[in-house]
Design a protein around this ligand. Structure first.
Ligand code: GDP
Ligand code: MG
Length: 595
């Protein structure tokens, strides 16, 4: 145990976390030159392309320091607010963190929220000034900032470049010297924290854990404390670039467990497992279930592909424990699924994975949070789809979820951020200066106003210099109304939204305008109307195509053209025929583009 170090890397996006991790793996010969490919830890295609880390992974390195061999477990963390629960679990598995700061950019938003998480878990912070090779690097200024933020000594900061391989040995030495060895009772009852799970189509779910107390042997009978499920440890081991099977994973170490678990849902990140024979009296940290925040319908573009979509969703769920769904029908779109996501990024990722990994073309409908409705018969309904909303005369009141949002920013941006939050029906609760320059703002804001585009807006108005973290603050009564959209007089349920009454008129108007832009001209005129109950509040028209355009379309060999058209459809444009009108995918997301 004395020779183990568990650490993570925290950094604002693009400050060079993945690149530095690659260098550490190379330097410790965890990977050979031959195996080396850029950004090894990001092993999902989507992660590589988008340059984001979605899931956390762990990897073990061996490092010889002053003639003694150490085990260094690098625990990678995702860098997006949607996945912040996973960040905090990863951090809970470490004793130390490398805090990377880009020498040309300085300390930025995401760095700060993760830094506070790390500090809350009593992690030792090793400050690293990265990318010092850049011509635009401002090492002295940025060091000042880091000293200011961390209260560390200038000499504690390690200058480095992941790209050029500068400072790598200093960082490894600092990990051994400064980060404490794990503490725990090797003889005590087993307590292992699950901080990740990985889906393997041959071997089932691989559980990634950190042993806090006791140790686990191959063949042991274990129990997951939150779910109460029991398993046999068929295989355990540590994580190199590949898995390294072991007879025992000791106290303080990080490892994997395989025990024939088939479904990701059975494994809850944050849960603790223990021995059945000699159980620990309690779990390690307060476990809380990750809850979906955003709900939307997912429908196949081609209605005949519903069963295929169901299979794809089932497979996707095997390795995405946060994704929940149930069948749903829409008058406009037919059979599909109502899905719950952690946030908008999660939703985009699910949609993209369905398309890439399962070759499905899908339409997602207007995202919504979950409202709570008390009916006149005193029944409480949880409603996450506008179509489920009862008629107004059957509703006593509606409650919507609120969050406590914590925004950390530079003092220069307080004004614009206050305006943004007020505009989103937020209430400023507190304002704390962390340093002369850096301020923390605490707001109570409806979740519905935050989940969609708030984060992007915040980034824009603060030039990237604002971090956002939030937790649910419960439900509050709210004056919500259902906004319906009609195309040529027919209500299209998949376009309805639940909005606050104070914004409903403006929304209706803007939504119609947006839809007019997004719905392509067709052979006839299309009337777009927004209504609350029976009352029409806005109207726009998509004019019919002009004759000469039609002529061009239908000139020449008609049957060939038709074939071409059908082919195009097969080539799967994301369009859905609703009644007589073709609606493109973008239209279902139009509400998100309203500001
Ligand atoms: P992450 O988002 O924190 O994982 O950052 P990445 O490791 O993906 O790096 C983001 C970008 O910065 C990539 O284009 C890297 O090539 C580049 N980069 C990373 N480290 C360095 C460095 O030390 N020097 C320079 N000049 N560029 C770097
Ligand atoms: Mg990365």
């Amino acid at each position: 145990m004395k020779k183990i170090r568990n650490f993570c890397i925290i950094a604002h996006i693009d400050h060079g976390k993945s690149t530095l991790a690659d260098r550490l793996l190379e330097f410790t010969k965890t990977v050979s030159q031959r195996e080396m490919q850029a950004q090894l830890l990001d092993n999902m295609d989507l992660e590589r392309e988008r340059g984001i880390t979605i899931k956390s992974h762990a990897i073990q390195m061996n490092y010889v320091y002053k003639g003694e061999e150490y085990i260094l477990n690098l625990i990678d963390t995702p860098g997006h607010v949607d996945f912040s629960y996973e960040v905090s679990r990863s951090i809970a598995a470490c004793e130390g963190a490398l805090l990377l700061v880009d020498a040309s950019q300085g300390t930025e938003a995401q760095t700060i929220s993760n830094l506070y998480l790390a500090i809350n878990h009593d992690l030792v912070i090793i400050p690293v000034l990265n990318k010092i090779d850049l011509p635009g690097a401002m090492p002295e200024e940025i060091k000042d900032e880091m000293v200011d933020l961390l209260g560390c000594e200038r000499s504690d900061i390690i200058p480095a470049s992941g790209k050029e391989g500068i400072g790598i040995e200093d960082i490894l030495n600092a990990i051994v010297e400064r980060i404490p060895a794990p503490v725990g009772d090797p003889e005590g009852p087993l307590q292992a924290l699950i901080f990740d799970s990985v889906f393997n189509s041959y071997r089932g779910i691989e559980v990634i854990f950190r042993v806090k107390n006791g140790s686990i042997r191959k063949g042991d009978k274990v129990k997951f404390m939150a779910t109460g499920k029991e398993y046999i440890a068929d295989e355990i081991g540590t994580l190199g670039l590949q898995q390294i099977p072991k007879q025992v994973v000791e106290c303080g170490d990080v490892g994997y467990l395989i025990s024939g678990i088939k479904v990701a849902k059975e494994v809850k990140v944050g849960d603790t497992f223990t021995h059945i024979d000699r159980p620990a009296s309690e779990a390690i940290v307060g476990f809380s279930e990750v809850k979906p925040m955003v709900f939307a319908g997912i429908y196949p573009v081609d209605t005949s592909e519903f069963e295929e979509l169901r299979e794809a969703m089932e497979k996707l769920q095997l390795n995405d424990a946060a994704l929940v769904w149930e069948p749903e029908t829409s008058a406009a779109l037919g059979f599909g699924f109502r899905c719950g996501f952690l946030g908008m990024l999660h939703m985009e990722i699910v949609q993209e994975r369905l398309e890439r990994e399962f070759d499905m073309t899908v339409i997602t409908t207007v995202p919504s949070v979950q409202f709570r409705v008390l009916t006149t018969k005193d029944k409480i309904l949880n409603i996450s789809a506008p179509s489920e909303m009862p008629e107004p005369n059957h509703i006593k009141y509606i409650e919507e979820p609120y969050i406590n949002a914590q925004i950390i920013t530079k003092s220069d941006y307080i004004g614009p951020i206050l305006n943004l939050c007020m505009d989103k029906r937020g209430i400023l609760k507190n304002q704390i200066y962390l340093t002369a320059e850096r301020v923390e703002l605490q707001f109570l804001i409806p979740l519905a106003e935050v989940v969609f585009d708030f984060f992007d807006k915040l980034k824009t108005i603060s030039r990237g210099y604002a971090s956002l973290d939030y937790e649910l603050a419960g439900y509050q009564e709210s004056d919500m109304v259902k906004l319906d959209v009609m195309l040529n007089g027919e209500a299209v349920d998949a376009l309805s939204a639940i909005v606050h009454r104070s914004k409903s008129y403006e929304w209706g108007k803007k939504l119609c305008e947006k839809l007019r832009e997004l719905i392509p001209r067709q052979m006839f005129e299309i009337a777009i109307q927004a209504a609350i109950g029976q009352k029409i509040i806005a109207r726009e028209t998509v004019k019919a195509m002009r004759k000469d355009v039609l002529a061009k379309c239908y000139g020449g060999d008609i049957s060939r053209k038709r074939k071409l058209l059908e082919k195009q459809k097969k080539g799967k444009k994301r369009m859905r025929q609703v009644g007589s009108v073709e609606i493109p995918q973008e239209a279902f997301m139009a509400v998100l583009k309203i500001n």
